[in-house]
Design a protein around this ligand. Structure first.
Ligand code: GDP
Length: 335
């Protein structure tokens, strides 16, 4: 944790949490930033923040944008913000960079376009690393989405570099997943290899001003035609954009709205969100369990059992059984 984040955590003592949430909900950008820092640093206020937000979440539409580096995600996100702001919606943007060791402050260095929105009080932009979560989205990302939802964002955009696991995870977090491709980047064939066809709700072929865009659209449409869609199922549209000129962005917003309506009409929006929350609850429970296991008998039991296994006196299953037995005997740590 950075010294700055550390200070913020100590300043945001648990008595301050209700006040912080109240100010964030009233539109104070600094309070929103502080809340995200708190959830990102995994501080002891996490449960209280979640409790304070609980009655206010479930409103935001969560849209994931993913694709290879350079396809135009950042430009598209920024243009999407512009179009959505034109409709007077409050927007949260989480830019998750799986390669960045920085969090919070590592703001969008080269994302000049994003800075167009930096002074707009209706837009919260946050960049997060996914350090500590192998190759994927930060484990704090769901909590940060909850903050942005709970403080009143109508739409939360999660932008992440498509590097294998991260794009599958972004699909798990989002109501609608937008996969971006660009001509001449290995595109459609690579997309199939990476399993993208399964996760995309909407395809965008960006840089449609470049040669090869028609071919990319054609390849992708051809591949999609080969995949089985259940009757009444959603067939991902393939859109063209020139994000650098803001072209095609209205169509993208329309496609996102159509997908949301389709989800809602079939009860899928609630079902997707229920799956998301179930995964989040499970992850929290596993985290709690892991913490309790590692602190068993003052933190010595796991090491003792490991020594027994190494010495051949116990097998790993029997050792795990002992850990679990010890857990049920020990009292849960009070929050
Ligand atoms: P990201 O790495 O996926 O976030 O991609 P960026 O949004 O940073 O864009 C990468 C580069 O492509 C930048 O230089 C953009 O200006 C450029 N770019 C973005 N959209 C378009 C487009 O529609 N057409 C062209 N020709 N260039 C674009």
């Amino acid at each position: 944790m950075t010294a700055g984040a550390d200070r913020e955590v100590s300043r945001g003592g648990s008595r301050d949490v209700p006040d912080l949430v109240r100010r964030a909900r009233a539109g104070d950008a600094r309070s929103v930033a502080r809340l995200i820092t708190l959830v990102e640093s995994g501080g002891p206020q996490l449960p209280q923040i979640a409790a304070e937000l609980a009655g206010h979440t479930g409103h935001a539409l969560v849209v994931g944008l993913t694709g290879a580096p350079g396809v135009g995600k950042s430009t598209t996100t920024s243009e999407l913000v512009r179009v959505l702001r034109g409709r007077n919606l409050r927007i949260g943007v989480l830019a998750v960079d799986p390669s960045s060791p920085f969090t919070g402050g590592a703001i969008l260095g080269d994302r000049v376009r994003m800075q167009d929105h930096a002074t707009d009080p209706g837009v919260y932009i946050r960049s997060m690393s996914s350090r500590g979560h192998l190759g994927g989205l930060s484990s704090a990302t769901p909590a940060a989405v909850r903050v942005l939802d709970g403080v009143g964002c109508d739409v939360v955009l999660i932008e992440t570099v498509g590097v294998g696991q991260a794009e599958v995870e972004v699909a798990g977090l989002a109501d609608t997943t937008v996969v971006l491709l660009a001509p001449g980047m290995g595109d459609a064939v690579q997309a199939v290899k990476a399993g993208i066809l399964e996760i995309a709700d909407i395809f965008v072929v960006n840089k449609a001003d470049r040669d090869g865009a028609d071919g990319t659209v054609r390849d992708l449409t051809g591949m999609l035609a080969l995949t089985a869609t259940a009757p009444g199922g959603w067939r991902p549209p393939v859109l063209r954009t020139v994000a650098a000129h803001g072209d095609g962005l209205d169509d993208l917003v329309t496609a996102i709205e159509r997908h949301r309506d389709w989800l809602a009409g079939r009860g899928e929006l609630t079902a997707r969100r229920a799956r998301r929350v179930a995964a989040e609850v499970e992850a929290i429970a596993i985290g709690t369990l892991r913490g309790r296991i590692s602190s068993l008998r003052g933190g010595t039991l796991p090491a003792e059992l490991a020594a027994e296994v190494l010495a051949g006196r116990l097998d790993p299953y029997a050792a795990a059984d002992r850990l679990l037995a010890e857990l049920t005997r020990s009292t849960p740590t009070p929050r």
